[in-house]
Design a protein around this ligand. Structure first.
Ligand SMILES: C[S@@+](CC[C@H](N)C(=O)[O-])C[C@H]1O[C@@H](n2cnc3c(N)ncnc32)[C@H](O)[C@@H]1O
Length: 202
């Protein structure tokens, strides 16, 4: 009998919960975050996430930021601490991840994080920046659809910062984003990851 494989992008992960604490250290910040099985990066903050947090520019002035695919919240919480006046939308399809992000944001005193399912972000919200370690494992078609759903909700000229592993298709994703009309810049290549900037037409 084969055991169904559990993915971190399921709405309700099938694997039993086993919470653990992971550490996120960044210039000026030292956070303890709760993670769990069935959630991306459960054993420690992902290397790609750390590359994004270290190498992407700080949030621009503005009032609406998005962490697309928040997991247990490392990106959203760092953004919220750096931009306390902005609202940081933290969205995910994984309900266990959303619960963890809510709890982690509360402990990190990041009260400006709004945690919700993707469909709960009001349709009129437009973003001053998107930061994401996107769910490449969902497959190329679903990933493209996800990006085409959210990147057009950037304000004119606003950036999306995406971290993607080089050997998981960072360069072909950059080329595809260019074909969709975004101005794409490869900001950094580090530890096997690319940090891409994709800007909506001004
Ligand atoms: C690579 S993980 C990054 C998680 C977290 N941001 C981090 O850095 O640890 C991508 C996340 O995207 C989420 N995801 C998958 N499909 C999604 C969708 N359609 N909408 C929003 N989030 C999605 C997954 O559940 C997962 O938590």
């Amino acid at each position: 009998m084969s055991i169904p494989k559990s993915h971190y992008f399921e709405a309700r992960p099938a694997v039993a919960s086993r919470p653990r604490t992971v550490r996120l250290r960044l210039a000026g910040l030292d956070l303890e975050l709760q993670s769990d099985r069935g959630v991306f990066g459960s054993k420690g903050v992902d290397l790609g996430t750390m590359v994004l947090l270290r190498e992407a520019p700080a949030p621009p002035p503005g009032d609406e930021l998005l962490d697309l695919g928040c997991g247990y919240g490392p990106i959203a919480i760092v953004l919220a601490r750096h931009a306390p006046k902005a609202r940081v939308w933290a969205i995910d399809v994984n309900e266990r991840a959303l619960e963890l992000t809510r709890a982690n944001a509360a402990v990190a005193e990041a009260s400006n994080v709004s945690v919700c399912l993707p469909g709960e972000v009001p349709a009129e919200v437009r973003f001053d920046a998107i930061y994401s370690n996107p769910p490449v494992r969902v497959g190329k078609g679903p990933l493209h659809r996800l990006l085409l759903e959210w990147l057009p909700r950037l304000k004119p000229g606003a950036p999306a910062y995406l971290v993607v592993q080089r050997n998981l298709g960072a360069d072909s994703l950059a080329a595809w984003l260019g074909e969709q009309g975004f101005a794409v810049t490869r900001l950094k290549s580090k530890k096997g990851f690319r940090v891409l900037e994709a800007k909506a037409a001004p």
